[in-house]
Design a protein around this ligand. Structure first.
Ligand SMILES: Cc1cc2nc3c(=O)[nH]c(=O)nc-3n(C[C@H](O)[C@H](O)[C@H](O)COP(=O)(O)OP(=O)(O)OC[C@H]3O[C@@H](n4cnc5c(N)ncnc54)[C@H](O)[C@@H]3O)c2cc1C
Length: 551
C-alpha cells in the first residue's frame, strides 16, 4: 500500500527514461521541419536543485495530525512534498524542470479510511491548516496546486491508502469503492467479478475514482459507457461540518439532486471518501477501425449524424487535418506518402481520420451496431482504412503523455485544452480557438501546429480537444503558454463554449467560470462552501475561491 505511493518528483509522466517513449527519429525530423523547432534547447534544472523551503506546519498541528493517522503517515521530507507539488499540466511540468516557482505542500498526510479523513479535516480546521485533497495528481488545471490561501500552512491529503473495493452487487450491477483507488486497480478488481466501469481517460494509468467524480471526468469510451458522473450512484463525503452520504438509488425525485453538487466540487466542499458506481459486464468483443473523411466540416457532419441517429460507436473520435497529419507522421507505422497518394486517388484532399470502436457482448451485437453506423456514414463518403488503423489507435491510446515527455525534452511547448459547444456553434468555435492559439504561440521563425479532435459527441453538440506543438520560447517558456491559454479561454467564452468539457476548473479556469454560470451562480457555490467549510480550509484558490478576475 504505502510502498506504492509515488514519491518521485514528477517532471514527466513516466518514471522510465523518456528515450523509451515512442517518438521515432524520422518523426522528430518531420516535426523540426514542420514547426521550425531548433536543435538547441535550454538545459533544464535537475530536481535536486529545486528550492524547497522548510515546512511551515506548526509542531502542535503536526502532532495532532500524527495522533489521527499515525506518525509515519505525516511526511515532511523534501521528496514527499515535491512529489505532491502540483499536477501534470505543461506549466506544472515546466516548473519542476526549473521554470517559475512551485507551490509545495508543508506536509503530506496519508489517512487510512473515511473516519480518519473526517478527523484530519476537523484537525485542520482546529489548527487553521489548508487541505488539498490529492488523488492521482493528474490535474491539468492547477487543481492540486498546494495553495495556502490565508492559512498558515497547507497539507496534501493523499488518498492513496483508501484503495479498497468495498463490495460488488452483481444483481444491481453496482460496486462500492474507496475514493483513492486508481483506475487500473479498479478495473483489475472488477474484472474478478466479470464487470467493468468502462472509464478510460488518457490519464487512466494514474488517476483515481474520487478524482474522476469531483472533476466530472470523461473517458475515451464515454459515448458508450457515459461520462463518469453518469456512473455515480452514491457518494460519501467528509466535510468540516460532518459526513454527507448521498444517493444510492437508481433515480429519485426527492428534491434537487445534492449528489450532483458533490460531483464537480473539486475538493472545495469536502473530501469524497467512498463511491457507489454503476458497472457493466466486461465486453466479449472489441472492434476498432479507422476511416478517413474529406475535410473537417464533412467529418463533423458525419459524427453529428451518428450522434443524432443514436448510432454512435462506443469510441467515436474525429481528428482534423492537422491532427491526422501529425498522427500519421508521428506514429511511424504508416507509409505516409503512399497513404496520402492513395487517399488523393480516392478523392480525399483534406484527410480527417475517424476512429470508431465498439465494445459489445457478442459478434451479433457488433454486426448490428456497426451496420447501422456504417449505413449512416455512407453519404459522407468515408474511405475505410480497416482494423489496422483502429488497432494502431487502440495500442497508442495511453501513449500521449509519454510522447509529451520526449517533446518536452526536445524543447516543444506541448499542451492541450478542451471545450464543448452545440453543433451549430462548433465550427466557428474551433476556428476561433485555433486562430487564438496559433497567433499567440508563435515566436520568431516558428510555425506552431494546433490540432483538434472531437472525442465526445452528443445529440446536441460535441467536445473540441486542442493539442499544441510549438517551439518553446527560451526566454519565457511559461509566459508563452499562459498568454496562449488566456487567448484561447477568451475565444471559448466569446463563442459560447464551456470553459471545460472534462478537465474541470481548478485554478486555471476559475477566472472564466463566472462567464458561464453568472455572478449569482458563483454566489450559490460560495454559499454552499460557506455552509460546509466555514473557515475555508479546503482547496483555497480553486473553482470559485479567491479567483483572479479575467485578465
Ligand atoms: C496526460 C493527461 C491526460 C488526461 N486525460 C483526461 C481525459 O481523457 N479525460 C479526463 O476527464 N481528464 C483527463 N485528464 C485530467 C485528469 O486526469 C482528470 O481531471 C482526473 O479526473 C483527475 O483525477 P486524479 O485522481 O488525478 O485527481 P487529482 O489530480 O489528484 O485531483 C483533481 C482535483 O480533485 C480534487 N480531489 C481529488 N480527489 C478528491 C477526493 N477524493 N475528494 C475531493 N476532492 C478530490 C483535487 O484537490 C483537485 O482539485 C488528463 C490529465 C493528464 C495529465
Amino acid at each position: 500500500m504505502t510502498q506504492r505511493i509515488d514519491h518521485t518528483l514528477r517532471g514527466s509522466w513516466t518514471s522510465a527514461p523518456a528515450s523509451e517513449a515512442h517518438l521515432p527519429p524520422h518523426a522528430l525530423r518531420w516535426l523540426r521541419a514542420r514547426t521550425g523547432l531548433g536543435a538547441a534547447i535550454t538545459p533544464e534544472a535537475p530536481g535536486s536543485v529545486l528550492a524547497v523551503s522548510d515546512s511551515r506546519l506548526a509542531p502542535d498541528a503536526r502532532t495532532a495530525l500524527a495522533e489521527v493517522v499515525g506518525d509515519a503517515q505525516v511526511l515532511v521530507d523534501r521528496e514527499a512534498r515535491l512529489g505532491r507539488a502540483g499536477g501534470l499540466s505543461y506549466v506544472d511540468l515546466m516548473r519542476r524542470r526549473g521554470a517559475g516557482e512551485l507551490a509545495i505542500p508543508d506536509a503530506v498526510v496519508l489517512p487510512a479510511d473515511p473516519e480518519q479523513v473526517q478527523r484530519v479535516l476537523e484537525t485542520c480546521v482546529e489548527h487553521d491548516v489548508a487541505v488539498v485533497p490529492f488523488g492521482g495528481g493528474t490535474s491539468v488545471v492547477g487543481g492540486v496546486n498546494a495553495l495556502r490561501g490565508t492559512k498558515s500552512a497547507v497539507i496534501a491529503l493523499d488518498l492513496v491508502r483508501l484503495d479498497q473495493l468495498v463490495s460488488v452487487d452483481p444483481v444491481s450491477r453496482t460496486a462500492v469503492f474507496r475514493a483513492g483507488v486508481r483506475a487500473p486497480d479498479a478495473e483489475r478488481l472488477l474484472a474478478a467479478h466479470g464487470v467493468t466501469l468502462g472509464h478510460f481517460p488518457q490519464s487512466f494509468e494514474r488517476a483515481t475514482l474520487g478524482g474522476f467524480a469531483v472533476t466530472r471526468s470523461s473517458g475515451q469510451a464515454s459515448a458508450g459507457y457515459g461520462r463518469f458522473e453518469e456512473m455515480v450512484v452514491g457518494v460519501r463525503m467528509a466535510t468540516p461540518q460532518g459526513e454527507m452520504r448521498l444517493g444510492g438509488v437508481p433515480a429519485s425525485a426527492a428534491g434537487p439532486d445534492l449528489k450532483r453538487l458533490v460531483i464537480g466540487s473539486e475538493g472545495l466542499f469536502g473530501v469524497v471518501t467512498e463511491l457507489t458506481l454503476r458497472v457493466r459486464p466486461v465486453p466479449r468483443v472489441k472492434h476498432y477501425e479507422g476511416f478517413v473523411l474529406d475535410g473537417w466540416e464533412r467529418g463533423a457532419d458525419a459524427v453529428r449524424a451518428l450522434a443524432q441517429s443514436r448510432t454512435l460507436a462506443d469510441i467515436t473520435r474525429l481528428s482534423d487535418v492537422d491532427e491526422t497529419e501529425v498522427s500519421f507522421e508521428l506514429s511511424g507505422g504508416w507509409k505516409v506518402k503512399g497513404l496520402k497518394a492513395y487517399l488523393r486517388a480516392r478523392g480525399i484532399s483534406q484527410p480527417c481520420m475517424l476512429i470508431l470502436g465498439w465494445e459489445v457482448g457478442s459478434p451479433r451485437e457488433l454486426a448490428t451496431r456497426r451496420a447501422a453506423a456504417l449505413h449512416k456514414l455512407r453519404r459522407f463518403r468515408p474511405v475505410g482504412l480497416g482494423r489496422a488503423l483502429g488497432e494502431t489507435w487502440r495500442k497508442g491510446r495511453f501513449g500521449g503523455p509519454r510522447q509529451r515527455d520526449v517533446l518536452l525534452d526536445v524543447g516543444v511547448c506541448v499542451e492541450t485544452l478542451e471545450t464543448a459547444a452545440t453543433w451549430s456553434n462548433l465550427t466557428a468555435l474551433r476556428t476561433a480557438v485555433k486562430g487564438a492559439l496559433v497567433d499567440s504561440l508563435g515566436t520568431a521563425g516558428s510555425r506552431p501546429v494546433v490540432m483538434c479532435h472531437i472525442s465526445h459527441a452528443y445529440e446536441t453538440g460535441a467536445s473540441l480537444y486542442f493539442t499544441t506543438l510549438a517551439p518553446r520560447s527560451a526566454e519565457d517558456p511559461l509566459g508563452q503558454w499562459q498568454r496562449a491559454k488566456v487567448a484561447a479561454c477568451e475565444a471559448i467564452v466569446g463563442h459560447s463554449g464551456t470553459i471545460s468539457h472534462h478537465h474541470a476548473v481548478g485554478v486555471d479556469h476559475a477566472p472564466w467560470l463566472g462567464a458561464e454560470i453568472g455572478d449569482l451562480g458563483l454566489e450559490v457555490l460560495r454559499a454552499v462552501k460557506q455552509r460546509l467549510d466555514p473557515t475555508g480550509v479546503l482547496n483555497p484558490g480553486k473553482l470559485v475561491g479567491d479567483a483572479e478576475p479575467r485578465p
